[in-house]
Design a protein around this ligand. Structure first.
Ligand code: CDP
Length: 219
């Protein structure tokens, strides 16, 4: 039985849904690391932080406390206030990869992520989990899908929430984030050498979960 499962991949590959349901099925903790970057981004937007000014970033990080609760789905709190929905807004979507490029932000969140992830058996999803955050994970999955499928999934998700965005701008945002995430200097999005790649373009969520579940209990 694998204890620490790392799931990395680009936006819309299905990481969040798969990781959450897989964690439920295994009785493991679920950690959505993107939620932490999103919470920092929300704070930066709300306080007009200049992302090019490292002293402003340092000061901002000293004022931020983020906590996660996984009792009823995932709830995210920023300095005590619930921000679960706000961190998924198109405004945050547009800025989050720029915030996640900043080394000081990544260093700040690294220990938080490791502490939560190692507190009990866990399924952890993000961009650099198998490579940087939990290189010791005993099962590493790299989930991917073609960009059009990923954008279509994200567009449906946003529409269901009542965010009226057009498909083209969702595709544009996903491609932009892929470029920034994969080419940044610190902890870029890339497959760990020992990760197993699953292309989810033509698979249902259940099929993906079953594949990873089988690897977690037998592999
Ligand atoms: O759900 P979605 O794939 O759209 O994004 P997310 O997992 O919430 O992550 C949002 C952004 O945070 C990503 O586009 C990355 O820029 C950044 N991120 C990161 O750099 N490292 C992580 N471990 C998780 C997210």
């Amino acid at each position: 039985m694998k204890k620490y499962i790392a799931i990395d991949g680009p936006a819309g590959a299905g990481k969040s849904t798969v990781a959450r349901k897989l964690a439920q099925k295994l009785g493991y903790l679920y950690l959505d690391t993107g939620a932490l970057y999103r919470a920092v981004t929300l704070y930066a937007l709300q306080h007009g932080i200049d992302l090019g000014d490292l002293s402003q970033i340092r000061d901002m990080l000293s004022r931020i406390t983020i906590s996660l609760e996984t009792n009823q789905g995932l709830q995210v709190f920023l300095n005590g206030e619930e921000v679960t929905k706000t961190i998924r807004s198109p405004q945050v979507d547009r800025s989050v990869s720029k915030v996640a490029e900043i080394k000081m932000v990544r260093d700040f969140l690294r220990e938080t992520q490791r502490k939560i992830a190692l507190s009990r058996p866990s399924v952890v999803e993000g961009r650099d989990i198998g490579t940087v955050i939990l290189p010791e994970a005993d099962l590493k999955i790299f989930l991917t899908a073609n960009p059009e499928t990923r954008a279509h999934r994200r567009w449906l998700e946003l529409r269901e929430k009542g965010d009226c965005v057009d498909y083209k701008s969702v595709l544009k945002n996903i491609l932009e984030r892929d470029t920034i995430d994969s080419s940044r200097a610190h902890a870029p999005l890339r497959k760990a050498n020992d990760a197993i790649v699953i292309d989810t373009s033509f698979l249902t969520i259940e099929e993906v979960i079953n594949k990873i579940y089988a690897l977690a209990i037998n592999g």
